[in-house]
Write a protein that binds this ligand. Structure first.
Ligand SMILES: [Zn+2]
Length: 95
C-alpha cells in the first residue's frame, strides 16, 4: 500500500486514499462464500462509495434500496458466512 501511494504521489497525485478488504480469506476446502442479497429485489448487496463524503456503505447492486453502514454490512456478511455445526464437522474430517 505504501509503495503504491509513493508511486502515485511521485506522479503528481494530490491525495491518495487506500482501502484493504479482507473478508472470508479461506482458500482451502470447499466452503463457498455466501453472498448477501437485497431483501427488496434479490440483487447482490455490494460495497459502494458515497460520492459526497467518500464514506463506504453496503447497498443494493442495482437500485437505491435499503443501505447499511459498512460496519453493519460487515457484521451481516460475517453472520451469513458463519460456520454451522455441520460445516465445522466437515473441516475436521478434511484436515
Ligand atoms: Zn434491491
Amino acid at each position: 500500500m505504501r509503495e503504491v501511494a509513493a508511486v502515485l504521489y511521485e506522479n503528481g497525485a494530490k491525495k491518495v486514499s487506500g482501502l484493504v478488504l479482507g473478508i472470508n480469506q479461506l482458500i482451502v476446502g470447499n466452503i463457498p462464500f455466501k453472498g448477501w442479497y437485497c431483501a427488496e429485489c434479490g440483487n447482490k448487496m455490494v460495497l459502494k462509495r458515497n460520492s459526497n463524503n467518500n464514506k463506504l456503505f453496503y447497498g443494493c447492486e442495482q437500485y437505491n434500496h435499503k443501505t447499511y453502514p459498512i460496519e453493519k454490512g460487515q457484521k451481516i456478511l460475517k453472520r451469513i458466512n458463519s460456520f454451522t455445526g455441520n460445516e465445522r464437522q466437515d473441516l475436521e474430517d478434511a484436515y
